[in-house]
Design a protein around this ligand. Structure first.
Ligand code: SF4
Ligand code: SF4
Length: 395
């Protein structure tokens, strides 16, 4: 039996219930253009020979989109089995160098981008409004959790600044953590580094307690998913190991949920906005949509913008085409050949005459902008976060 931290795969994931029907592979967009085959990897987990995993370098192709788990007729979690299989490779040091570097950087710098912690607040330099810093004694109702990519990537930093503008204009009492903001650990977990993730859960829960944080608005669906789901699971796991974790009930919302609530409360209305006469298509991020069934809030926010022509992809909501940005794929090219999903997505948007693809996730923004360049639509199409559109239209 294959061992992961002295627990067998069947105890963790009930892999013996897998009937090898292949529905997971049939639903996996990655398997269409690479040797990656989740059904086959389930079989390897059932047979339990560590050496077999090492022969499947395509295991790093998985984007952790989660659709295989949604579609499994046995209610198994094949996407989690991938995380478990990867953790064997991490433990044995059998990881691609780019993944290894990203993991080491999370351990050393608290971000996967190899950037110093002292530069984490650089995105705030050009801000023209004051922002509370909860790590410097300021108090606020909400922490706006920026995340690693939106802190360091110069393109995504614009989304962070747009978020600050919008929340300030809406009178939300929020603050940030600046240089003290930690990595949420989502990508470390998905790349199979559960030990590092455990450390982050412990450190971050203590940090939230120390700074009096219990309500969090996230820019990224990945941070949202990990704070709401993985932190709870790991907290239990750590406590079983005798590690005390602060008993904090975190109230975490992705920003589109938060804004949709402001609309319900009448605190965000069309009257507060200028006309936006553009054709816009919304791309559902896997970690909001497929993994958390959050389909309506982003659409609700976009739909109240006056003048907007909101069109829809045929493959949307739980059938949305994954952009291939998650599950460590920002640090791993993947073994697939042929056109990337992000390029296909941009072409689909073009057939809808969309002038803007709008997203609510830093990884989607990054991959779709690359796809737009590859497809040659730089002049005719923009990729924007919903926060950026709101920043433009709010009076
Ligand atoms: S869909 Fe579920 S039962 Fe079918 S092969 Fe995949 S993991 Fe096994
Ligand atoms: S999580 Fe997505 S990419 Fe990974 S195996 Fe499942 S369907 Fe394929």
């Amino acid at each position: 039996m294959m061992e992961v931290e002295e627990t067998n795969f069947d105890e963790l994931y009930e892999v013996y219930a897998c009937m090898q029907c292949g529905k997971c592979t049939g639903s996996c967009a990655v398997s269409l253009r690479s040797d990656f085959n989740i059904r086959e990897l389930m079989r390897i987990a059932i047979l339990g020979n560590n050496e077999d995993v090492k022969e499947h370098e395509e295991i790093w192709d998985c984007t952790s989109c989660g659709i295989c788990t949604v579609r499994c007729p046995r209610d198994l979690k094949p996407s989690e089995v991938i995380v478990g299989l990867r953790s064997i490779l991490v433990e044995e040091g059998e990881v691609p160098s780019t993944i290894r570097d990203a993991l080491e950087s999370i351990g050393n710098n608290n971000n996967p981008w190899g950037r110093p912690k002292s530069k984490r607040a650089d995105w705030m330099k050009d801000l023209d409004v004051e922002v509370k810093n909860l790590s410097e004694g300021d108090e606020a109702e909400y922490l706006l959790y920026i995340g690693c990519t939106a802190s360091y990537d110069t393109r995504i930093q614009k989304v962070s600044r747009a978020a600050v503008h919008v929340l300030t204009k809406l009178g939300v009492d929020f603050g940030v953590l600046g240089e003290e903001e930690p990595c949420c650990g989502s990508e470390a977990r998905m790349m199979g580094e559960s030990g590092l993730f455990e450390m982050l859960v412990e450190d971050n829960m203590n940090l939230f307690k120390d700074f009096g944080i219990s309500k969090i608005i996230t820019l990224s669906p990945h941070a949202y998913n990990t704070f709401t789901t993985d932190y709870k699971d790991y907290k239990k796991r750590l406590e079983e190991e005798g590690i005390e974790i602060p008993n904090l009930e975190l109230d975490v919302k992705h920003y589109t949920q938060f804004l949709a609530e402001l609309i319900e409360e009448g605190r965000l209305t069309s009257d507060m906005m200028n006309e936006f006469n553009k054709t816009v298509v919304y791309h559902d991020p896997c970690y909001l949509g497929k993994r958390n069934n959050i389909f309506k809030p982003p659409r609700k926010v976009l739909s109240i913008i006056p003048g907007i022509n909101l069109v829809e992809f045929e493959r949307r909501e739980d059938r949305s085409l994954c952009c291939e940005g998650a599950g460590g794929r920002m640090w791993s090219e993947g073994t697939g050949t042929g056109e990337r999903n992000a390029v296909i997505r941009v072409r689909d948007a073009n057939t809808l005459n969309a002038e803007i693809i709008t997203v609510a996730c830093p990884f989607c923004l990054s991959t779709l902008e690359d796809g737009r360049s590859t497809a040659g639509y730089e002049e005719s199409m923009e990729v924007k976060d919903i926060f950026e559109i709101l920043d433009e239209v709010l009076k």
